[in-house]
Ligand binder design. Structure first.
Ligand SMILES: [Zn+2]
Length: 494
């Protein structure tokens, strides 16, 4: 589980609020915009906006430097500078600190899902990557579309999660894909071309594109999760390949990234999350995250050693507590070529399930990267003269590896998918993760499933799922060693 991992990286000066930075909040009442500003590893939203939207009563306790938020008789207590909230006496952790700036209070956006939702007895989902807040029982599927040229035709391939029925119509030179939903969460459409389709945009629950001069008609395949729309030129068209039914593609990276030259991988460090007096999350049947991660780590080590013949080191091989920074240092000191950190997830939504693959988000490191440019220092060297060395703050070690880590994450997602491992929502997520931040090699964190979900808990304790996860990771390492790169082209969502 991530709660304990979210980096507490003080980013120094906070960026000024940017008016264009908004979350779109979708509820049964419609859409609203909630401004936010980025702060060390989280997004902060003004409490005033939430007060208005949810009809909250806020009372400031100037003496204690805190706030009491009351809603439907439930009390949420917030303290300036603290990344915790008390909800009806229960403490929940937040992804960042509550901040007071003049008269305005800012709260981490996940206060909505972690504190406000439970207090209001309302399901609230915060999608950090796409800046959506989904409140209550509304349908906001994630839509990914890309256009590809296939001979004379243009094929628009669309993935929808969760699967949602749609209708495709043509209105003049506009192609309209209307989803049976309250809104859609769609990233930019990749591969647009002026002769086929341009200017793709979201209008309500529809994806709309302007058709180019070469398009005379279209034909669409019908599948609520994955469908294709062929844009056809005038006149007879040679039979095109049948509309796609292959599984949804994983997130695709913009450039081809060389993960490792062939044979360059010698050492893999596997990190079994938690341990000792830190059990991690606990499933309804009592399964502990620390046991799940250790069991899979051991199996993975055996599989890699016996099938690929690499050196595999575990950050722990017993039920013991190992501090986060020591795990990273262990990987660095052993000059690991890859770091794989294993965790299990938990959610207040019992139905949330599936594995999740995460790499470090560069977004949160932009400011620091800039600072890094300025931190070259001259040092005297043996034999006279000086040399420029780069001062790399400990938690910036991952920066130069970020692209390769993202490529590694894409490979993991691809191979887990091949092994029929169910994935949770967004395929390869990026997040600020403490364990990865200091790693001086490509590094990826895998949440193997949700222990809060009874089916996932059972599957992680059985034979098939751990076997499939291990097989997917072994296949990933085989690819990395062979120098295989993840698919190029396209462009993921944001
Ligand atoms: Zn964990």
């Amino acid at each position: 589980v991530l709660a304990g991992l979210i980096a507490s990286l003080a980013l120094g000066a906070r960026p000024a609020p940017q008016p264009q930075n908004v979350y779109t909040l979708v509820s049964a009442d419609g859409r609203r915009q909630v401004p936010f500003r980025m702060a060390s590893g989280t997004d902060l939203v003004p409490l005033d906006d939430l007060t208005r939207l949810f009809g909250l009563t806020v009372k400031e306790d100037t003496l204690a430097g805190g706030l009491t938020v009351t809603t439907r008789g439930q009390r949420i207590v917030l303290t300036s500078g603290q990344s915790l909230a008390s909800v009806g006496g229960r403490i929940v952790s937040l992804s960042g600190a509550v901040v007071r700036d003049g008269r305005t209070w800012y709260v981490p956006v996940d206060l909505l899902s972690r504190a406000l939702g439970p207090a209001l007895n309302l399901h609230i989902e915060v999608r950090r990557a796409s800046h959506f807040i989904v409140v209550g029982d509304v349908r906001v599927p994630e839509v990914t579309a890309r256009l590809e040229r296939q001979g004379p035709i243009g094929r628009l391939t669309v993935d929808v999660q969760p699967p949602t029925p749609h209708h495709v119509t043509r209105d003049g030179n506009q192609l309209v894909i209307r989803f049976e939903a309250d809104a859609i969460d769609a990233g930019p459409v990749s591969g647009l071309a002026s002769d086929l389709a341009t200017n793709a945009r979201v209008e309500g629950a529809s994806l709309v594109a302007d058709l180019g001069p070469l398009v005379a008609s279209f034909r669409a395949s019908d599948d609520p999760a994955h469908f294709a729309i062929d844009l056809l030129p005038p006149g007879p068209v040679a039979p095109a390949p049948p509309p796609v039914t292959r599984p949804a593609p994983v997130q695709v990276l913009p450039p081809v990234v060389e993960l490792a030259p062939s044979g360059a991988i010698r050492t893999v460090v596997i990190d079994a999350g938690h341990g000792g007096d830190d059990p991690g999350v606990r499933g309804p049947a009592g399964t502990l995250e620390k046991d799940v991660t250790l069991q899979i780590a051991r199996r993975l080590k055996t599989a890699i050693e016996s099938r690929i013949g690499l050196r595999v080191l575990l950050t722990r091989d017993a039920d013991e507590s190992v501090p986060m920074d020591r795990r990273t240092a262990f990987a660095n000191n052993n000059q690991a070529d890859l770091l794989i950190s294993l965790h299990a997830n938990a959610s207040i939504r019992a139905e949330a399930r599936g594995a999740e693959v995460m790499t470090l988000s560069l977004e949160d490191y932009k400011d620091r990267a800039r600072a890094l440019q300025a931190s070259r220092v001259e040092v005297p060297v043996v034999g006279g003269g000086t040399r420029l060395i780069e001062v790399v703050p400990w938690d910036l070690a991952q920066l130069p590896h970020a692209a390769r880590s993202a490529a590694l994450g894409t490979l993991v997602v691809r191979h887990l998918t091949e092994q029929n491992v169910r994935l949770y929502r967004r395929p390869a997520d990026q997040a600020p993760l403490r364990i990865l931040a200091g790693a001086n090699m490509p590094a990826v964190l895998i949440e193997v499933g949700f222990l809060s979900n009874a089916d996932d808990e059972r599957a992680l304790g059985a034979e098939d799922l751990p076997t499939a996860i291990v097989a997917g990771l072994v296949a990933t390492i085989v690819d990395v060693r062979a120098g295989t790169t993840p698919p190029a082209g396209g462009g993921g969502k944001r």
